[in-house]
Design a protein around this ligand. Sequence first.
Ligand SMILES: [Zn+2]
Length: 343
Amino acid sequence: MRQINWSNIIGHKNKISQIRDMIKSQQFPNAVVFAGADGIGKRRIAEVAAAALLCENDNAPCGHCSSCKVFAAGTHPDYYYLEPDKTKANPVIKVDQIRSMQSEVILMPVISNRRIVIIDDAECMNNVAQNCLLKTIEEPQGLSKFILITSNLSRLLLTIRSRSMTINFESLTAEEIERALTAQNIDNASKIAIIANGSLGQAFKLAENDGLQIREDVIKFLETLSSLNIENIFVKGQALAALPKDYFISWTINFQKILRDILILSADVNIENEYFYNRDIKARLNKIKTNLAEAEIFKMLHESAEVQRRLRSNANLELLIESFFIRLKNSKSNDELGIMNLE
Ligand SMILES: [Zn+2]
């Protein structure tokens, strides 16, 4: 059975104590929006808050009352969790999902003195769904409380935001991520923590997908860019296209972070280590920098943003990668390959 308690949550100390105070003093609003980047723990915090709001005892969630027990078993009758169908390319929370939730929360709670609804990825509600939800959260003496979780606050209607309290969660520090990875016995915890961009979710993904290896691949690519010929590019394109699309998406993200670090190094100002995504390999980045003009870096950043945009369509992955690499090569004006467009 899962442990639902505050002590298992990484980071966010101040926000958690604010939430606990509101629960304890019965001041937890009817609707709260948890906003912040993906993978930083918003859903886990919302879950523990829900368990605490349903718990019968002080120091909630106590873990041993009947409410806490059924919550941990995943069968609490007064807890409603709603999310989009994530198997779809464009996940949506449909108005029907909101309506069936509404038809349940108007009933009296079964074992607790209220009902708690979590709407995960709340930005996936279309406008119709959001307007439909609005009617419920406007209900002042309703017995239900709502926690909306989002990584894209701007996609929630102003009317929803104005009737909710927004709590903004910051990204995690590299130290917090490292501690969490080490607790799970994950290799290379300190390096992964540095490139995970403040997201524990991303850190676990990196650990699973050999994220350090992706970064190494990107660096090797930049180190050898000048000597790459068209044949090398086709071989590399084929190899990358044979892997899941996510791998290449991570590749482009790593590529951008590395270029961004190199740009900072080129600026030749004294910037503290903590502002570098890849501070553990600064010496190698410095070496790459000597072969790249600032204008070339900007061209490459533009190309990688463009390829990320195209990745969202159903374009042929291999052609996409190959033409991307050719454009990168051509961004370096001296090594023009003379093939501008493969697609
Ligand atoms: Zn309890």
